[in-house]
Design a protein around this ligand. Structure first.
Ligand code: GLN
Length: 294
């Protein structure tokens, strides 16, 4: 009988073999993700090698530590953790944002809100801006980066989210943006003591009864960032009234909404006395942002 002692040592796996094994595992699990793209993101995180470098250097032996780190990340992904939490960073409006458990992952749809905000601010020098329910800080930091002359305040209630917001301020050198801990329904004096040209928010807007049936990855995100009350509209009932006294004459309120909330939120803004209310669609053609002036 042969003993294992006589076996030749395995040659180390190549970079390409390690990558393909991870990609195959992600593909076999199905799910909504794009497995080649996700495998490439995780591979780059573990090995520091881009897709391009992998193509030209795929035949080189893979480091054992990096291969183990890659495998561990693939397993977390297979267990339903969002890709963005595993990477620890995600891009929004061309800027890097630290993300992880406890904070909503910035969504590409939210870039529409930033674009609309920047259009509204064209020709207005040194505007004061307020963002409510800021989460990672993606909206205020993107606005501050695009408008260095603006002063931006962002309010967030969750300590976990606020700590990501503060990290993101530092990483993006956002000297004109301030993160404030606070409840939007009991705003601190630091916020209520001045008037703003524009107030933005991406509040929680998922109807509570739908929280349990969300995609597995969204279920890993903080319910506090998603739960909009029984019909998803809790924040839209209260924000228009509470923002009114904080707006300069001619100032605007710009809110992200769920795709089926356009008519309801338009009515709520009009009911609260906002003028020229408009609903804008995202790149998928879905209602996504509501604007009103006061
Ligand atoms: N856009 C998020 C989603 O669809 C919801 C974010 C929110 O409630 N503000 O999962």
């Amino acid at each position: 009988m042969r003993t294992t002692g006589n076996a030749l040592p395995h040659p180390p796996e190549t970079l390409d073999q390690v990558y393909r094994r991870g990609r195959a595992a992600l593909a076999a699990a199905g799910g909504e993700g794009d497995s080649p793209l996700e495998a490439a993101f995780l591979f780059e995180k573990a090995f520091g090698l881009s897709r391009g470098a992998l193509l030209s250097r795929g035949g080189e032996p893979a480091g054992a530590e990096e291969a183990a780190a890659f495998q561990a990340m693939v397993e977390r992904r297979l267990a339903g953790e969002p890709l963005q939490y595993i990477l620890g960073e995600w891009e929004f409006f061309g800027l890097p944002f630290s993300v992880g458990p406890g904070v909503l992952i910035p969504r590409p749809e939210t870039e529409l809100l930033v674009e609309k905000a920047l259009e509204l601010l064209e020709g207005i020098p040194s505007p004061l801006l307020l963002d409510l329910c800021s989460g990672s800080g993606c909206i205020p930091i993107a606005l501050g980066a695009s408008r260095p002359d603006a002063r931006v305040w962002g309010v967030e209630l969750s300590p976990a989210a606020l700590s990501f917001f503060r990290q993101n301020l530092l990483a993006n050198r956002a000297a004109n943006v301030t993160a404030v801990e606070g409840d939007v329904f009991a705003l601190p004096g630091e916020i209520t003591g001045r008037k703003y040209r524009l107030i933005t928010a991406n509040p929680p807007y998922i109807p509570r009864g739908e929280l349990g049936s969300l995609q597995r990855e969204v279920g890993a995100e903080p319910p506090m960032a998603l739960d909009g009350g029984p019909d998803g509209l809790d924040f839209y009932r209260r924000l228009p009234g509470l923002c009114r006294p904080l707006l300069e004459p001619g100032g605007a309120l710009l809110l992200e909404i769920g795709e089926d909330q356009g008519a309801a939120v338009r009515a709520l803004l009009e009911g609260a006395g906002y003028r020229s209310v408009e609903v804008f669609r995202d790149l998928s053609g879905l209602d996504r942002v509501v604007l009103g002036f006061f």
